[in-house]
Write a protein that binds this ligand. Structure first.
Ligand SMILES: NC(=O)c1ccc[n+]([C@@H]2O[C@H](COP(=O)([O-])OP(=O)(O)OC[C@H]3O[C@@H](n4cnc5c(N)ncnc54)[C@H](O)[C@@H]3O)[C@@H](O)[C@H]2O)c1
Ligand SMILES: [Zn+2]
Length: 363
């Protein structure tokens, strides 16, 4: 499959997401449409800059666009107030104005930082996302949510700031560690379970090509997820109508799992894999899916090397943290659950014992 262009339809703020192979070499030409004369600032982590920074700079330079790279700490270290301040100071030192473009070259952490920088530098400049992890390509680069963490709470400082362009180049995934690939797959399974049974069948069938990062399969998977998520974002950009909340399948339990483990030992994808296994059991207890559906989803999760059970966590801790989730609106527990595989619905405040029992089932 060759490259695809998917539009996130937001009226005047609509933007394209290009999904394909070897797209970086075309970056300069794409950015030239947005360029207003100020130097472009690319944010990246050192390891990703070593791999792809040069190609980005060369492509921009080839279209006559000057750029400078600002290196930032890896993983959640990118999403601190301190890193944010450092980047803002670098932009000032570069003497760039409102015409600058911030490029995020990296995973979801760099993307979230760059989004917040672009939302706030001089009250807002343009943003281009070049997601380099599968999770960032199928999830975090789409939809304009940007966030930083405080030591006390993840993603608590944030903004909505839509990019002007997203370039999802699946060729960049070939250097990604397998564990990171699985994290992205967990989000793909999430979309499939609540939105699209055909995607579920695709993931079942194409496991070897997906884990092997075969480019044709990756273009298909990334563009599929992009279409599903951008359709939701277009209808509920600011997470207000409940539609965007559907994307939280596996995340109510999953976030509690991450918090109970103090964000160590388990990646986000692994936590939501366990979360999906727990939440589909809740859906089963509520009569929304069959035992067969539960077994099918669990088999899919396990086939990608993701966990469905968790050891060493106390269920009381999990329950305590579930109440703290920022998505638990004013103490109410909300779940996005499959109502039949491939179809999702929001369930507010299911009977506490039913939810607790389902959660205990994953321990
Ligand atoms: N804004 C949103 O809508 C949204 C949605 C989901 C998740 N998120 C956020 O995304 C973050 C997680 O993103 P992530 O999973 O991409 O993690 P990440 O950004 O930390 O990247 C994971 C690791 O992979 C490395 N890496 C990135 N690309 C690589 C490549 N091509 N080759 C080799 N190594 C590479 C990174 O340096 C890092 O060490 C979390 O902070 C989460 O809150 C945001
Ligand atoms: Zn997630």
């Amino acid at each position: 499959m060759s490259s695809q262009s998917i539009t996130v339809d937001l009226g005047e703020r609509s933007y394209p997401i290009l999904v394909g192979k070897k797209l970086i070499k075309d970056l300069g030409r794409q950015v030239a449409h947005l360029y207003l004369g100020d130097k472009v600032a690319t944010l990246a982590v050192a390891i990703v800059d070593d791999l792809y920074g040069r190609a980005v700079r060369e492509s921009l330079a080839g279209s006559g666009i000057p750029s400078e790279t600002i290196l930032v700490p890896d993983r959640e270290g990118a999403k601190t107030i301190r890193t944010y301040q450092h980047v803002m100071e670098q932009l000032l030192r570069m003497k760039v104005g409102r015409g600058t473009i911030v490029i995020a070259l990296g995973g979801g952490c760099v993307g979230d930082l760059a989004g917040f920088v672009a939302a706030t530098y001089m009250r807002g400049v343009r943003l281009v996302q070049i997601p380099t992890t599968l999770l960032a390509q199928v999830d975090s680069s789409i939809g304009g949510k940007a966030a930083l963490n405080l030591p006390e709470a993840k993603n608590i400082v944030g903004a909505f700031h839509q990019p002007s362009l997203v370039l999802s180049d699946v060729s960049l995934l070939k250097t990604l560690p397998t564990r990171e690939v699985r994290c992205g797959v967990a989000e793909l399974i999430k979309y499939a379970a609540i939105m699209d049974l055909r995607l579920l069948e695709f993931l079942e069938k194409e496991r070897v090509s997906i884990l092997g990062l075969e480019e044709g399969a990756m273009v298909r998977a990334v563009s599929w997820a992009t279409e599903l998520k951008s359709g939701i974002v277009a209808r509920d950009e600011r997470d207000q109508s409940g539609l965007r909340a559907l994307l939280n399948f596996g995340h109510t339990f999953g976030h509690a799992v991450e918090a109970a483990m103090k964000y160590h030992g388990l990646s986000h994808g692994e936590a939501i894999a366990v979360g999906m296994a727990g939440e589909i059991r809740l859906a089963e207890a509520l009569g929304m899916v069959s035992k067969k559906d539960v077994e099918r989803l669990e088999a899919l999760i396990v086939s990608y090397g993701l966990p469905i059970r968790l050891k060493g966590v106390n269920h009381r801790d999990l329950i305590r943290f579930m109440g703290h989730d920022k998505k638990a609106e004013a103490g109410r527990l909300r779940f996005a659950l499959p109502n039949g595989l491939g179809n999702g619905t929001i369930v507010s405040d299911p009977p506490k014992k039913t939810a607790t029992d389902a959660m205990r089932g994953c321990l």
